[in-house]
Ligand binder design. Structure first.
Ligand code: ZN
Length: 713
């Protein structure tokens, strides 16, 4: 079974390896076991059901909530040479007819459906006639009330089990689900002793930063500047914010499009298409955007306001870097965002508004925390990090530095709150501490307080940050309509010097470069990458396909890194399978060869991650031999002598019982050697070498003999 899974993975998707839990998830389906699979965005979730669909035969149904999401996935599958189709309200009658015919004749393997369509009257009877073997439910958290995106029509999917009985396997897939939600999914869908697979929520390729909002447009531009010409998503809380920011950025010359629920369907689709085909680099959107989009090479996600919950943040920021390459998640927020969300939540008819408010404080604490961002996110989903420093967040990259005299600073702030009789909010307290001439302060006589101007050398923004940090650490509490500050019992301990809070400030020095970013561009010919990217965008537009469906960023970077100049070498690039080679091989080779500088081939199969693990040369050689690479190619790639590599090849043939030498020995030579060994009485290589009058090299003889020996075993 695992062989069949591997073969399909390589043939259609061009991958040699599994990402964490993919193998287990695929094996469960292929052996007929129900499962609940939680793989965070970017973890390769869809492959977990698409590959088994090809292995199992028959028909696989994929239930998915959004038309655009289905469309993208089906487009990508068809691009990979897989017979897939979708049935939803946007498909016209004629096409529906031909799809149903194709289903009956078994010409379609994977069918995408919305839950409404699946459960429509009459349609269930049609489905019963088909050879359905597997049903995959995508975005399965929508089944549960406890999730953050409950959809009543998903709950009706409980009929699936009755509909198909025990003959189908059901798999539920989601990127985000707490334990409560996972169990609920299993119960609601009537899964039989499902295998629960929960991937790590850690996304080491994402770099998290959290900044206080002070001057939004320059703050946003600073992030964009780090990702010139690359794709990014900017989230705003309100539609007006979207329109304003989009206009400002367009005026500054950025290729930007807006997206929010107030726009017409057509206008929204145009924005989305421009982004997906890379005619626009940036999309400025409300959170209405994203659920239906599956673009793998988003290099940054900026939030210009606080998200609604950590689940939302994990999902929205998680749209960055789904291809596994480094990406930046930049959260810019202000204290007033809390109030904005609170009003939205309380104004809605959300029956779970209490749960929502609790989730809101969770994200608020995250914004104010001075702890590793990766660890904080993991902790929220009930997981622990194994590292001390993630090297990929503002805290671990030392972009925030601890305040030297945290205790004294905290005491000054707490003392000011008490002097103001715990009747004022954060802004007012900060003004008093900076010694502001604000007329309210002068009018109230607060410039006479002993705490007035106690922190006059600090910017007000820094004091606001510290107040927030003290709140999230439980030293200060906020209460009432005006969010007045009060000192908690824990805060009193600080005043008595019994405890020291951890206060951080934004470092002014140049930030360290993150580990991930230095690795993933190593050896990449940047101008070549840009040319390939431009080619991809043209292709995307002319074929009306998302750019990533044509080729992923990982593949493009590897092409620009290894500059393959033949089809065989191109096939060694991760992400290029037979279909891709057939469709685009010539065009890509053309670009690489014409790029100049002589395409020096130093391929490899290794992604930056593998190279950091110092992958064994021999293992690398084996992998290349398995793909039919020549001794010369492997020698160039591994920087080893040809004699060493030919030794590896003979060992490879022996270890893997290879009987077919055609990749390394011509048929004529092999036939002659075969005949020669049969005729010759003496054993050993030298007599054979002499027998052919030194015309066939030793290496060729060794390879042929090793294969012949395997045939006898
Ligand atoms: Zn960190």
């Amino acid at each position: 079974m695992i062989t069949a899974i591997r073969q399909n993975l390589k043939q259609y998707w061009g991958y040699d390896q599994f990402r964490p839990l993919q193998r287990e998830a695929m094996e469960a389906v292929c052996s007929g076991r129900d499962s609940v699979v939680v793989l965070p965005t970017g973890g390769g979730k869809s492959l977990c059901y698409q590959v088994p669909a090809m292995v199992l035969g028959g028909i696989t149904l994929v239930v998915s909530p959004l038309i655009s999401l289905m469309k993208d996935q089906v487009d990508t599958l068809v691009q990979n040479g897989i017979p897939a189709a979708r049935l939803d309200s946007s498909v016209d009658y004629g096409l529906q007819q031909s799809i149903t015919d194709a289903l009956l004749s078994g010409a379609i393997k994977i069918l995408y459906l919305s839950p409404e369509r699946l459960l429509a009257n009459g349609f269930t009877n049609f489905l019963r006639q088909l050879d359905v073997r597997f049903v995959a439910i995508d975005e399965a958290h929508c089944v549960s009330m406890w999730g953050h995106d409950f959809r009543p029509e998903y709950r009706k999917l409980s009929v699936l089990r009755e509909m198909f009985g025990d003959r189908v396997t059901i798999g539920a897939y989601t990127a985000t689900a707490t334990e409560l939600v996972r169990d609920d999914i299993a119960v609601q869908l009537g899964l039989r002793q499902p295998l629960m697979l929960v991937g790590s929520f850690d996304r080491p390729n994402l770099i998290y930063r959290v900044k206080r909002r002070n001057n939004l447009v320059p703050q946003v531009r600073e992030v964009i500047a780090r990702h010139k010409g690359e794709s990014g998503i900017i989230y705003c809380i309100r539609r007006t914010d979207v329109d304003n920011l989009c206009a400002s950025l367009s005026q500054l010359g950025y290729k930007t499009r807006p997206y929010h629920a107030g726009m017409s369907d057509d206008a929204r689709r145009m924005s989305q298409d421009a982004f997906v085909t890379e005619q626009a680099d940036i999309i400025v959107a409300t959170i209405a955007f994203g659920m239906g989009i599956d673009k793998s090479n988003v290099r940054y996600v900026i939030h210009t306001g606080m998200p609604k919950s950590l689940e939302n943040y994990q999902q929205e920021s998680g749209r960055a870097g789904r291809d596994g390459l480094e990406a930046e998640c930049h959260l810019i927020w202000g204290g007033e965002d809390y109030g904005v969300w609170k009003r939205i939540i309380q104004g809605s008819e959300d029956s779970a508004s209490e749960i929502s408010l609790k989730k809101l404080s969770g994200i608020y604490d995250y914004c104010n925390s001075g702890a590793c961002r990766h660890k904080e996110l993991l902790r929220y989903f009930g997981q622990d990090a194994e590292y001390d420093s993630c090297s990929a967040c503002d805290v671990c990259l030392d972009e925030l530095e601890p305040v030297a005299d945290s205790l004294v600073t905290a005491q000054k702030i707490l003392s000011c709150i008490l002097r103001l009789e715990q009747r004022f909010g954060a802004e007012y307290n900060a003004l008093v501490l900076t010694g502001s001439q604000d007329h309210r302060i002068l009018l109230a006589g607060h410039d006479k307080l002993t705490t007035y101007g106690l922190l006059k050398d600090e910017p007000k923004q820094a004091i606001r940050n510290w107040i927030d940090q003290l709140i999230s650490q439980g030293y200060i509490c906020k209460s009432g309509e005006y969010s007045t500050l009060g000192v908690t019992p824990k805060g009193w301990t600080v005043l008595k010097g019994g405890e020291t809070p951890r206060l951080l400030r934004i470092a002014l020095g140049k930030a360290k470069e993150s580990k991930v970013s230095t690795e993933s561009w190593q050896g990449v010919d940047k101008p070549l990458f840009d040319r390939l990217r431009a080619w991809r965008s043209e292709k995307a537009v002319s074929m009306s396909l998302p750019a990533y469906a044509i080729m992923t960023d990982v593949a493009l970077r590897n092409i620009a890194r290894f500059r393959p100049d033949t089809k065989a070498r191109l096939l060694l690039i991760k992400g290029i399978g037979n279909k891709k080679l057939e469709s685009y091989g010539d065009e890509i080779l053309n670009i690489v060869v014409n790029h100049g500088g002589g395409a020096v081939y130093a391929p490899v199969v290794s992604s930056p991650k593998q190279s950091s693990k110092k992958k064994d040369t021999k293992e690398m050689a084996y992998e290349m031999f398995a793909n039919g690479a020549s001794i010369e190619d492997v020698a160039t790639a591994t920087l080893r002598a040809q004699s060493t590599v030919s030794k590896y090849l003979v060992e490879y043939i022996e270890d893997n019982r290879i009987t077919d030498p055609s990749a390394w020995v011509s048929k004529g030579d092999f036939d002659r050697i075969k005949k020669g060994t049969a005729e010759l009485s003496a054993s050993g290589l030298t007599p054979l070498f002499e027998h052919f009058e030194q015309q066939i090299p030793y290496t060729t003889l060794r390879i042929a003999i090793a294969c012949l020996a395997n045939r006898k075993k």
